[in-house]
Ligand binder design. Sequence first.
Ligand code: HPA
Length: 306
Amino acid sequence: MRRRLAVWIAPNSAEKLSARTHGRPPNPNSLYPVDMNSESPQTRYDTDALQASEEIRHQTGTKSFDIALTLGSGWATAAEMIGETVSEIDASQIPGFAASGVPGHTGTIKSITLPNGKHALVIGARTHFYEDKGVRAVVHSVRAAAACGVKVMVLTNGAGGIKEAWTPGTPVLISDHINLTASSPLEGATFIDLTDLYSKRLRDIARSVEPTLDEGVYVQFRGPHYETPAEVQMAKTMGGHIVGMSTALEAIAAREAGMEVLGLSLITNLAAGISPHPLSHQEVIDSGKAAEPVISRLLADIVAKL
Ligand code: HPA
């Protein structure tokens, strides 16, 4: 008897957004509460990203973007140096974005034209995993950037350093990560290769701008508490060099969306137990501010070469 192959026909055009989701049937084992007769989880979050990107493009007046930057603690003024700001919008006006809950984040989205004519989307609004809005909210800006046409995603953060040589104010390239959030932005049976997640090509470009840039493995903790000294030692034993509360989940979503990722941490403090004194958010903000002119120039010079 001839068997007919069951073909899942996507219900709307949103899945055209990504070859990855195109034609994929919903995962019957997914715990995500979706209507199996309707859309796959991936189609749903791509639809959300598409809606956000339409609004971003409309409100910024920029048809498509080549590169996106998420600016974490200490990196905000870099936006002013990378090119000419075409428009700036309030992130909370974009579907799926929320006003930033963290002091030191601007809460805006900017469209910037680089000296080489490329268009940069600068995201000053980051949702952290510890805000408990769900991992989709954490990576929504990355997916929206992908839906805006972005091919290179630059993720920056302020973080704690495990290497004692990294005094506060030192920028460090992220070479890889260890995700300790026990979560993933991927839903269903989505098997994405994360080898070379933090693109060697882009790290080499960054080092061509600043040959002294060191690199290390970023360990994402859930937060919002800082790590205990024992947790920092665990991260070190596991091969980590940088501790923080962002970036890894966003990088995974960026890779899923087919983007190349450049990760940069600003070491705002030595990590708990490595530092001789207790940690404070004020120290993170102050170190970020002090380092801002230098790291902003650095980032602008790197972006000009991407
Ligand atoms: N740990 C986690 N996140 C951070 C740190 C830290 O030491 N510094 C800045 N963000």
